[in-house]
Design a protein around this ligand. Structure first.
Ligand code: FMN
Length: 193
C-alpha cells in the first residue's frame, strides 16, 4: 500500500483538550484550553503543558509557578472551545462560560468546580522549545467530583464523566470500551465442567 508523506508537524492524536486554570488572586484567575499536555513521569507524578509566550496565561503561570489541569467532558465541550478561542486579556472567561472557581488544596490557582478531575501542579522547569514553552511540573494534589465514585466499591469511574477527546482539530466523546489494561495477555479462565 502506498503511503502519503506529510511535512513534519503535530500529529500525535487523539489527545485530551484540558482547561488549565491559573492565577494567584480572583482578579487575575484565568482559564486557557490546552491540548499539548500529558503525563511525563509516574513517580514523582509529573505533567507538562506547552504554552505560547503570547498567551495571557503564559505570564501568569510563569510568575506564579502554579496551575491546575482540569479534565473536560462532553458537557464542557463548548466552554473548552470558547476558552481556547478568546483571551483573558479581553474577557472574564468565568463569567462568559458560567464556570466557577473553587479553592485548590495545595496551590493558589483555582480549580474549575465543574470539572470531574482537577490536577494541581507546581512548575519545576520551563523549557523554551520554539513556538511553545514547555512547563514541566510536579502534581501536588488531585481532586475529583465524588459523583463519579461508585457507591458500593468507592472506585472512581472516569468513563462516567464522558471525557472529551481532541482529534486533529475536532472534539469527540469516547467510543465503546474495548478492554481493560492487560486484557490482551490475560489467561483465559478455564470453563468449569
Ligand atoms: C482545542 C484547543 C487546544 C489548544 N491548545 C493549546 C496549547 O496546547 N498551547 C497553547 O499555547 N494554546 C493552545 N490553544 C489556544 C489557547 O487556548 C488560546 O489562544 C486562548 O485564547 C489563550 O487564552 P489566554 O490568552 O487567556 O491565555 C488551544 C486552543 C484550543 C481550542
Amino acid at each position: 500500500m502506498e503511503r502519503i508523506h506529510f511535512k513534519p508537524g503535530t500529529m500525535v492524536y487523539p489527545l485530551p483538550a484540558v482547561m488549565v486554570s491559573c492565577g494567584a488572586t480572583p482578579e487575575e484567575y484565568n482559564i486557557i484550553t490546552i491540548a499539548w499536555t500529558g503525563t511525563i513521569c509516574s513517580d514523582p507524578p509529573m505533567c507538562y503543558i506547552s504554552v505560547r509566550p503570547e498567551r495571557h496565561s503564559f505570564e501568569i503561570i510563569k510568575r506564579t509557578g502554579e496551575f491546575v489541569i482540569n479534565l473536560t467532558t462532553e458537557e464542557l465541550a463548548r466552554a473548552t472551545d470558547w476558552n481556547g478561542c478568546r483571551s483573558g486579556r479581553n474577557f472574564n472567561k468565568w463569567e462568559e462560560t458560567g464556570l466557577t472557581a473553587g479553592k485548590a488544596k495545595v496551590v493558589n490557582a483555582p480549580i474549575i468546580n465543574e470539572s470531574p478531575v482537577s490536577i494541581e501542579c507546581k512548575v519545576k522547569e520551563i523549557i523554551p522549545l520554539g513556538t511553545h514553552h514547555m512547563f514541566i511540573s510536579e502534581v501536588v494534589n488531585i481532586s475529583v467530583d465524588q459523583k463519579y465514585l461508585n457507591a458500593h466499591s468507592g472506585k472512581f469511574n472516569l468513563a462516567d464523566a464522558k471525557p472529551l477527546v481532541y482529534n486533529h482539530g475536532y472534539y469527540f466523546g469516547l467510543g465503546r470500551e474495548i478492554g481493560k489494561f492487560g486484557w490482551s495477555v490475560e489467561k483465559k479462565s478455564r470453563k468449569k465442567k
